[in-house]
Design a binder for this molecule. Structure first.
Ligand SMILES: Nc1ncnc2c1ncn2[C@@H]1O[C@H](COP(=O)(O)OP(=O)(O)OP(=O)(O)O)[C@@H](O)[C@H]1O
Ligand SMILES: [Mg+2]
Length: 212
């Protein structure tokens, strides 16, 4: 069976879409690439086109999402990343049922942390991901209180703000950024797979020799 990592949480720019694509890009950028597909579930999103190191698929309604998952889950050498739509109960239920790990990003603010806490309580396999975390020592100390709101086993290490990431979901932006973001993306997918208890070696497509 394929492995499923879902990015979920509230509406409003916590980083679900950006991180979904970084995770899949990271999978496709590993020394031994892991095949990955991003399922877009937010009806307000466009399907990003262009040549990427992973596949992007339309799943912008719950029926389509369920069908896609049924199809894709048969492939045991595949990482499925669900870019969750906020405030869509049917989608959240599918995620809660099927995802190996549900990742809830939140920014360094009280409002984001409160929302992440509420979301975390709704998922059995949920973890929070501090996103756009400041890199400097002094600022880190100031926002540490938000990290401390979460149990350590349900919290991933902070992910930094990446400069000039604005075009990341456009075809041209992807080409311009693909090389520079490969390293943090690899770190991110490695972290998430470890948390999900997934060994990336199990996701590598079998080599011809092994298959023979
Ligand atoms: N780690 C990061 N570094 C730099 N910019 C980021 C990072 N994470 C998110 N952003 C930026 O924040 C903005 C919102 O991110 P994104 O669209 O991924 O959020 P979302 O949770 O999918 O929002 P929505 O709920 O509207 O779907 C985007 O402009 C994106 O480029
Ligand atoms: Mg989004």
């Amino acid at each position: 069976m394929a492995s499923i990592i879902a990015l979920s949480g509230t509406k409003g720019g916590t980083g679900k879409s950006t991180l979904s694509h970084l995770v899949a890009h990271g999978a496709g950028s590993l020394p031994k690439p892991v095949p990955a597909v991003v399922l877009i579930t937010d009806p307000e999103d466009h399907i990003v086109a262009g040549n990427r190191r992973y596949v992007v698929m339309d799943a912008r309604n719950p029926g389509v999402l369920a069908n896609r998952l049924e199809e894709l889950m048969a492939d045991e050498h595949l990482l499925i990343v669900i870019d969750g739509a906020a405030n869509q109960r049917d989608i959240d239920e599918i995620i809660a049922d099927l995802a190996t790990l549900v990742v809830i990003p939140f920014g360094p603010s009280q409002q984001d942390a409160d929302r992440a806490l509420a979301n975390l309580a709704t998922y059995k396999k949920g973890v929070v991901l501090p996103n756009r975390w400041p890199p400097h020592k002094q600022t880190v100390a100031r926002v540490k209180k938000y990290l401390n709101l979460f149990p350590t086993d349900q919290r991933l290490p902070p992910f930094p703000a990446i400069p000039k990431l604005d075009g990341w979901l456009s075809p041209d932006g992807y080409d311009a950024l693909a090389y520079d973001v490969a390293s943090p993306s690899r770190g991110l997918v490695t972290e998430l797979l470890a948390k999900a208890g997934i060994d990336p070696r199990d996701l590598h497509p079998p080599t011809t020799a092994a298959a023979a």
